[in-house]
Design a protein around this ligand. Structure first.
Ligand SMILES: [Ca+2]
Length: 501
């Protein structure tokens, strides 16, 4: 497969996993919906027009109008852990992605839950469908299932908008000049629009600009020009993804299939702060640096074209995740909060916005219920892990406003950073090596979704209860803390201290 994001995107659009529908006595009377699951990669929370962004996403905006937006949908902080939870309905430490395979520590290597791939302890949503009578196969188009009159389950997983940013030549300048105001002004404009739309509350204060990010005004005019160009290309790439989503939706409509297709859209994690060229220059060997410079044409006039490796760095990533704290890689809200849009049959309250706490583990149980499938954990004598998510079917139908009660909770751990959310409350522990305090902090996300006011000292009992839940989470899911990870190289001593070793 070519590495250019545009061609990859087009290829992915044509190669979706299809799972034609089951026909059993129990559900033969009901017409099962088609499912179209669309996942963006590394997209920021505030990018989409319907979530407050200025990037033109008319097709996803239209989907939000006929469907519903969910503003408190949480995922994992990085790609493969989120995807393991999506496909299994279980925590990533159960499903085999307790850590990303490339960052496995010696204590984790070979342990259950750290296989680096979806393991045999969980049932993938594809196998659940197959075992209840679905045939699954890779199809070339959403029409391939038509001959057998069965519904389809299509998984359209984009590489966009993961770096390196790339767009077709005629898209390169679509956002030219639109980011000259800089990343700080963009955060202000987006937050105002998010408040106007009702994506976040009117009183929400954004997390302050990180100290390592220079003020826009402190940059030279040449630095500003190059910085804004990176964001222009990112915006064009996201608009291009929306354009291709529109092609799929239009085709479904023209072929009479859209009305019976449930469409689910979200991003696998928050916006990406890493600058590859900086990383190569600062952390890679001399040979690797030489290889990189020889194989990539990094002249600004080539950015976004074949052979370039451009991204936008922490400053624009922070604009992408406004109003939240941090971005991809962190279990702060900027890493784990994604827009969620669901539209189609069974989705009531068109155009509305719901802020109840949802999780990516909820997708698999939802699909199970829609398919009338019995989950294999129910007849596996404990060999297959039970679903940890909650079905959204009743919520989508407008029969309930939430899928979790005030006492239901979910935990996270990635690269040694930890969190638990229960109701509106969240505890968060970011290692000092990851820019945190190495202590447990407590936030009320309803009043303070950006995690700006640590309430740990004011609410010691709430803190204590939630820390106990994190210990329970680690025990139940086989979490093994490690001194390894992207934040920790060269900082082993402080990490060991933070982890209590
Ligand atoms: Ca990702």
């Amino acid at each position: 497969m070519k590495s250019n994001a545009f061609t990859t995107l087009a290829t992915l659009g044509a190669a979706m996993l299809a799972l034609p529908g089951v026909v059993t006595p129990a559900n033969a009377q009901t017409k099962k919906p088609n499912i179209l699951l669309i996942i963006a990669d590394d997209m920021g929370y505030s990018d989409l027009g319907c979530f407050g962004g200025e990037i033109k996403t008319p097709n996803l905006d239209r989907l939000a109008q006929v469907g519903r937006r969910f503003t408190s949908f949480c995922v994992g902080p990085t790609c493969s852990p989120t995807r393991s939870m999506l496909l299994s309905g279980c925590d990533n430490h159960v499903a085999g992605l307790g850590n990303m395979a490339e960052f496995l520590g010696p204590q984790q290597n070979g342990k259950p839950g750290y296989e680096g791939h979806l393991n045999a302890r969980v049932a993938s949503i594809a196998s659940v469908m197959r075992d209840t009578g679905y045939a699954n196969f890779i199809m070339k188009s959403v029409d391939e299932h038509k001959a057998d009159a069965k519904p389809f389950f299509a998984y359209l997983s984009f590489q966009a908008v993961h770096s390196p940013f790339a767009v077709p030549d005629d898209w390169l300048d679509k956002y030219k000049g639109q980011y000259d105001m800089g990343y700080e002004a963009l955060r202000v404009a987006r937050l105002a629009r998010m408040q106007e739309l009702g994506i976040v509350g009117k009183d929400v204060q954004p997390f302050p600009r990180l100290p390592k990010i220079p003020a826009w005004d402190s940059l030279s005019s040449e630095q500003r020009k190059l910085s804004a160009r990176r964001m222009e290309i990112y915006a064009a790439m996201l608009a291009n993804m929306d354009y291709h989503i529109g092609r799929v939706l239009d085709h479904l409509k023209e072929s009479g299939q859209l009305d019976n297709t449930l469409v689910i859209f979200f991003s696998d994690n928050g916006s990406e702060p890493t600058e590859l060229a900086t990383l190569v220059a600062s952390a890679f060997s001399a040979d690797a640096k030489e290889w990189f410079m020889k194989n990539f044409d990094q002249r600004p006039e080539n950015w976004g074209k074949k052979g370039s490796a451009v991204d936008y760095g922490a400053a624009w990533a922070e604009a992408g995740s406004v109003p939240f704290r941090m971005f991809k890689g962190y279990v702060a809200e900027g890493g784990i909060r994604s827009p969620l849009i669901i539209a189609g049959p069974g989705v009531k309250q068109a155009g509305s916005i719901n802020d109840t706490f949802l999780h990516v583990m909820d997708i698999a149980p939802t699909l199970c219920e829609l398919a009338g499938a019995e989950h294999p954990s129910k007849k596996s004598d404990g060999k297959i892990a039970q679903l940890q998510g909650k079905s959204l079917v009743s919520l989508l139908a407008g029969k309930s406003e939430a899928v979790r009660g005030d006492r239901d909770w979910v935990g996270w751990e990635m690269f040694g950073n930890r969190a638990v959310r229960r109701g509106d409350w969240k505890i968060l522990n970011l290692l000092r090596a990851a820019g945190g305090t190495g202590e447990w902090q407590l936030f009320n996300l309803k009043a303070d979704p950006a995690e700006t006011h640590d309430l740990a000292k004011d609410n010691p009992n709430q803190l204590k209860e939630l820390v106990t839940l994190w210990d329970e989470y680690a025990k139940n899911n086989g979490v093994i803390l490690s001194g390894e990870g992207p934040f920790m190289r060269g900082k082993e001593a402080s990490v060991a201290e933070d982890l209590g070793d």
